[in-house]
Design a protein around this ligand. Structure first.
Ligand code: FAD
Ligand code: SF4
Length: 316
């Protein structure tokens, strides 16, 4: 690991300003992703700003009838919160499908949204990777791509976003609240938070340098039957090949977001009109632009069958 300096932030605005003024600085929360990347020298921050002391660890009701989840709320606490379990069961289920109990005890809401891809070549520092080293090439194209994206990818990168929580938040239309280095705040709809890779796969979100996530806001509950189904190579402690986050209403209408298929949680709102007609037409519309590799073409069928199972479960 490369040497780095460390400080504890005293306030969100100060934390944002400190990262912006210190070249190579990064925030650290639970550290469950960042420290792994530092040990492998995939990330080498010169300075760490520990945000764990900031009072951003509460889940509070909003005036609109939703919930504001502090950036530092641990995944375990969020999944177990009685209001989340009752009104946003999708989120609770997605969180519990991720990582392990120990990791969820440390992992934070903001850190989970910002965890980096699990593309095998991103972790292999002997191989070219545009995300790790812009301009070096993409080893996954023409390489081992079973886990990687089938839709929304580019000639520069075919990686997927590994977060389960983010897929549920996309289906629930969450909003990410931040504070910037100049002290101003903003609210970013989750649909605009994660980026597609394009020519700059190293830029993964809409955050500006130094911008600190302070909370994620859930809109008022939308009811319906909420199911998160994650399909993976082993029963636990593995990332999704495909996951389906669905909210299904009594009349068959609903929402669907997919994990494991793109560089961001994948939701196509226009395609949701097909849901009452069944999984096949709905998934054909959701993955209409899919361009799988020869190794991951199975994901298109798997996504349709997973949605079929989810709809069957929702309809009892
Ligand atoms: C073995 C293993 C298995 C896993 N399995 C799964 C899985 O199945 N599903 C899943 O979804 N996840 C899985 N994870 C990932 C885990 O959920 C993430 O590592 C965790 O959520 C990251 O949160 P953290 O607080 O530890 O982030 P950190 O590691 O502290 O930070 C991650 C990134 O977020 C930035 N950051 C942190 N807080 C803020 C903030 N407030 N504002 C702006 N930037 C911030 C940091 O600078 C860093 O870049 C797994 C991890 C491991 C190690
Ligand atoms: S898919 Fe993306 S992360 Fe994987 S090797 Fe290519 S550029 Fe790197």
């Amino acid at each position: 690991m490369k040497p780095f300096t460390y400080e504890r932030a005293a306030s969100p605005a100060e934390a944002a300003a400190a990262v912006a003024r210190t070249p190579g600085a990064k925030f650290i929360a639970g550290g469950t992703n960042l420290l792994d990347l530092m040990k492998l020298q995939i990330e080498a921050p010169t300075h760490l700003i520990d945000v764990n002391g900031l009072a951003l660890d509460k889940i509070e009701p909003t005036a609109e009838g939703g919930l504001r989840i502090g950036a530092l709320v641990r995944n375990t606490d969020l999944a177990a919160d009685a209001r989340v379990r009752r009104d946003y069961a999708l989120l609770s289920r997605a969180l519990l499908a991720g990582a392990s109990g120990q990791l969820r005890n440390k992992a934070t809401t903001a850190g989970n949204l910002l965890q980096r891809t699990r593309c095998p070549y991103f972790y292999d520092t002997n191989q070219p990777c545009n995300k790790r080293q812009p301009g070096s090439g993409c080893s996954a194209i023409g390489g081992f791509s079973r886990q990687l994206a089938v839709v929304g990818h580019s000639e520069a990168c075919i990686a997927t976003n590994p977060s389960d929580m983010a897929v549920a938040m996309r289906a629930l239309d969450a909003v990410v609240e931040t504070v910037k280095a100049d002290g101003t705040t903003r609210a970013i709809p989750i649909a605009e938070f994660h980026r597609l890779p394009g020519d700059t796969p190293q830029i993964e979100t809409a955050l500006e340098p130094g911008e600190l996530i302070t909370a994620v806001v859930l809109p008022p509950p939308i009811g319906g039957t909420q199911i998160y189904r994650k399909v993976r190579d082993r029963a636990s402690y593995a990332f999704a090949l495909v996951s389906v986050a669905a909210v299904v209403q009594r009349d068959g209408r609903g929402r669907v977001a997919l994990g494991g298929v793109a560089h961001k949680p994948w939701r196509v709102e226009a395609a949701e009109a097909e849901l009452p007609r069944g999984a096949r037409p709905a998934m054909a519309a959701i993955l209409a632009d899919a361009r799988p590799t020869h190794e991951n073409a199975f994901k298109v069928t798997l996504a349709e069958r997973t949605l079929h199972a989810v709809l069957a479960e929702a309809r009892g």
